[in-house]
Structures are given as C-alpha cells and as structure tokens.
Design a protein around this ligand. Structure first.
Ligand code: NAD
Length: 490
C-alpha cells in the first residue's frame, strides 16, 4: 500500500475557522519510527480553549443545531464523504505520526472507523427523540406523558494517541448525531489525526461554526479545562485510568456527566480441551506495539497443557514481524514516544525483578537503532498478582499464567482492577460461553469471534471506565432524559 506524501492540516478549528494559536505558538510532531520532526502544529492556548468553549456554547444555546436532526444527518453524510476523499492522506498521517503499521490501517485505524459514520448518520435521522408513554392513573385520574431525549449540551472530548482517527470519530460522530456541540482536545502525540478532520469539517461540510471545535495543544492543562469548566455539560475521555481519575475529580465541582473509556488488562483463557495451536494467536498481543486497551495481555494456560502451549507461543513470538510501519509485513511498529518506550522497558525490568521468566525479547532491538521500538516480549510463569500481570503496560508484552481448572481460570481472570475485554477458547462452544459469562468485563470473544462493530456497545467494568461507546447505548450517553406530563388523551 503506497502512502501519499504528507500534507496535513496543522491548524486548529475554532468557531468554523482554521486558525493558528492565539500566541502563534507551534509544537513539533515527532515520527515515532524515525525520531525525525514531521512538522509542527498550532499549539492551542488557554485563550484558544476559551474561544472554542464560547463558540460551542453559543452554537448549542443559540442556533437550531440541537433541534434540527435533518441538518445533522446531512452534515454527517458530508463529513463521511469528505473523510473518504481524504482517506489516503489520513492513512499517511496515521502511519507517520502514530507509527500505525500500514497493514493494520484498513481495520481499527482508518477504513473501519470511516465505515462507522453512516451508522451515526442514520441514527441522527431515525432516532425517536420524542415518544408518547402510555397513559397511567395518578390519584384516580389518567395522566399522559411525553418522554423526550434531548442532547446533553456542550461535550468536552479528550482523546489518546493509540488509534487516534477512530477515537476522535468515535466521540465526535455520536455527539454531533445526538445534537450536542463539541470541543475536542486530541493527544499532543498525534495532533494531525484530529486537525485534518477539522479541515474536512471546515471545507467540505455545512456543520455550522462552533458546532465542532478542535484544539490541539502540547499542554495537558489546556485540555483539563474541559473537565472543570461549568460551560461543559459532559466530558468524554479515553486514555489512562490515572487521567480518568483526575477528570472525575475536576468534573465533580460542576457535577458533570462523565463518560470514561480507560485501561485494560484482559485475559485470554485457553481451556484444556482447546486446539492448542490456537495459542499462537497470543502473539497478537504485540499488534501495534501492544498499544490497545482491549488487547488480551494475560494468557491463561491450563497446567495440563502448559509446556505444549509455551513452546507454540515461543515460536510465534520468535517469528513475529515488527519494525518499520510502512513495511506491509509488519504488524508491530514503534511505541508512540521515548517516554512510552522507557515506560514499557521499565515494566519488563520489574517483571524480571519480581521473578517472572523472560522467554523472548525484553529490550530495545539492536537492529532498529532509530525509533521507539520494543522487542516482542514473552514472560512465562507469571504470578497473577505480579505488577506485570496487574498493571497496564501498553507495550508488546504478554504474561503467561498457568491455572488448575476452569474455576481457577475464572478467578485469575477476574483478579484485576480492570474489566474491559477478554477471550475464551474451547472445543465446546457451550463450555467456552459458560466461562465467558463468568468473566467480569465489557466485551468477550469466544473461539476467535470478533465483537467490533458500530452497533456494539464497548466499555469496561471496574476501573476500565464508566459508560459505553458505540451502539445505541453509546448514542444515548450523549442524551438527557426529560418527561413532560400532559392531560391524558391530549
Ligand atoms: P493519558 O491518559 O495521560 O493521555 C490521554 C489524553 O489525556 C491526552 O489527550 C492527554 O493530553 C490528555 N490528558 C492528560 N492529562 C490530562 C488532564 N489532567 N486533564 C485532561 N486531559 C489530560 O495517556 P498517556 O500519558 O498518553 O499514556 C499513558 C498510559 O495511558 C498508557 O501507557 C496506557 O496505559 C494508557 N492509555 C490507554 C488508552 C486506552 O485506550 N485505554 C489509550 C492511551 C493510553
């Protein structure tokens, strides 16, 4: 797949205009695979965030956007068409700034997310925002009621760098479809995956000024305003659990609605009757450098098949292709930054110190001197309570944990502060399903089946988050509920 030359939009979108930062500041966008500066981006300031907030508030309170579902449907259709026309530029941006392996871009990174937009467009047009409830008696007199679902208001959206086009659209599209207005603050590591969407909005759609604002900034505190300012009605965030906690704290003062999609430490449970060759799929932990919240990073192997399974995994890790993300044979590119590379390497060190056996990898590869790469890393005999089995590493690191029987596997899978995803493999669908039903997570896969689709609600139990993205439930996160009582029969 040949990449087109980079020509990204690098300005912010505020009140319908593509603008430089108020102080003309810019920050570098670094390639994680070459460590070269790809270019610069307008460095949004607190004044820029203020302008975006004023615009979003005005667009919600003083224009017809929140009431005009037909306008929203048309605008989302234009956004989809415009993004499809810019698809190859977005692909190039993703590979260069996020280090996304080009081979993966047709799936989670780009083509799939673009394919989700018609789902939101259709919902904007078809959702029953107002319905009559059946009449009921109150103190002997029949009463009528109208149930209204109204847009929550101005949404502050904060996104991370791992699958940035998808995550930006997964927040923007349902929020706009519901009638909300939005201020998006993307991750500073991947600004163009957002600012280029801003260009499409400004140049190819009738989305009214102020309805969608995009403020990239190198300063996290510019984004923090979205979680504390009283003009924001709802804050939606994807990223680390630590930042999620901070957002909850900041949002408490104004009792904002919050929607959080946080970390994971999901279990891949291989039952003792499974085709043991399926264990090789455990190497998929390294996809995109392990930088995915729903990746299964704990592999639970029955003790009765342990040695067999470990041998298969070792071979799979040793033959795993990684390196230059523009090379189609690689499913793993670099970590996003030096900071993330060092963080992953520190976890590997910790794993060794705590007694896990390092079987493959464990360092930065000698043959890739430039770029923030980490070797595909396989730990076996990992204690389920070890730091590397409990904390989210966000790197190409798999922890193999032995277990005794199905009950033990369920106990270990659930012994986590997280509950985002997971998988179960068994020769018996019934047995696999029985185990899946006992694991406390938001999504599960049995025997390799995939759940990812725009109508699938996605999100976590426990410290993996609050609320659900996608699906009808994801749409309704952006709605308030109002009931109006009216005389019966009216
Ligand atoms: P992060 O949570 O710090 O950053 C994510 C987003 O939050 C970015 O846009 C960032 O600018 C913003 N942010 C940071 N501090 C903020 C604050 N106080 N208020 C408002 N916004 C703030 O994540 P990170 O530092 O980029 O990565 C660290 C770890 O986060 C990773 O190793 C991984 O464990 C986790 N992570 C999880 C996901 C996920 O999809 N669940 C995605 C990315 C990172």
């Amino acid at each position: 797949m040949a990449l087109v030359p980079l020509s990204p939009e690098t300005r912010n979108l505020i009140d319908g205009q593509l603008v430089e930062a108020s102080n003309r500041g810019r920050f570098d966008n670094l390639s994680p695979s070459t460590e070269e500066v790809l270019g610069t981006t307008a460095d949004g300031t607190k004044d820029d965030m203020e302008a975006a907030l004023v615009a979003a508030r005005r667009a919600f309170d003083e224009t017809g956007w929140s009431e005009d579902a037909a306008l929203r449907e048309r605008c989302l259709r234009q956004l989809h068409e415009g993004l499809v026309e810019e698809k190859e530029q977005l692909r190039s941006i993703l590979v260069h700034e996020a280090g996304a392996p080009v081979t993966l871009t047709p799936w989670m990174h780009l083509d799939d997310p673009l394919g989700m937009l018609p789902y939101w467009t259709e919902l904007a047009g078809s959702y029953a925002f107002e319905q009559r409830m059946p009449d009921v008696p109150f103190m002997g007199t029949p009463q009528g009621r109208i149930l209204r679902r109204e847009p929550a208001g101005v949404v502050g959206a904060i996104t991370p760098w791992n699958v940035p086009v998808y995550l930006n659209l997964a927040k923007i599209a349902p929020a706009l479809a519901s009638g909300c207005t939005v201020v998006l603050k993307p991750a500073p590591d991947t600004p163009w995956s957002a600012t280029h969407i801003g260009k499409v909005v400004a140049e190819r759609t009738d989305i009214p000024p102020g309805v969608l604002n995009i403020v990239a900034s190198s300063d996290h505190l510019v984004g923090e305003i979205l979680s504390s300012d009283s003009r924001i009605d709802l804050v939606t965030f994807t990223g680390s659990t630590a930042t999620g906690r901070r957002i909850m704290e900041c949002a408490a003062a104004t009792v904002k609605k919050i929607f959080l999609e946080l970390g994971g430490k999901s279990a891949n449970v291989i039952l003792d009757d499974a085709d043991i060759r399926s264990v090789a799929g455990g190497a998929m932990t390294c996809v995109h450098g392990g930088q995915g919240c729903a990746i299964t990073t704990r592999l639970l192997l029955p003790r009765s098949r342990y040695d067999e399974g470990v041998a298969i995994l070792k071979a799979a890790f040793e033959s795993w292709n990684y390196g230059d993300p523009t090379d189609p044979k690689n499913l793993q590119g670099p970590q996003i930054s030096r900071r993330q590379q060092e963080r992953v390497l520190a976890y590997i060190e910790r794993g060794r110190d705590e007694g896990a056996q390092l079987l493959v990898g464990g360092g930065a590869p000698d043959h890739l001197p430039k770029g923030f790469y980490v070797e595909p890393t396989l730990f076996v005999d990992v204690d389920p309570d070890a730091t590397i089995a409990q904390e989210e590493i966000f790197g190409p690191v798999l922890c193999v944990i032995p277990y005794e029987d199905d009950d033990d596997a369920v106990r270990i899978a659930n012994r986590s502060a997280y509950g985002l995803s997971g998988s179960v493999t068994s020769a018996s669908l019934e047995r696999g399903l029985a185990v899946a039903r006992r694991i406390r997570t938001g999504t599960l896969s049995v025997n390799g089946a995939q759940w990812f689709h725009p109508d699938t609600p996605f999100g976590g139990y426990k410290q993996s988050g609050l609320g659900r993205e996608n699906g009808l439930q994801g749409f309704e996160e952006y709605l308030e509920t109002k009931v109006i009582a009216v005389p019966a029969g009216s």
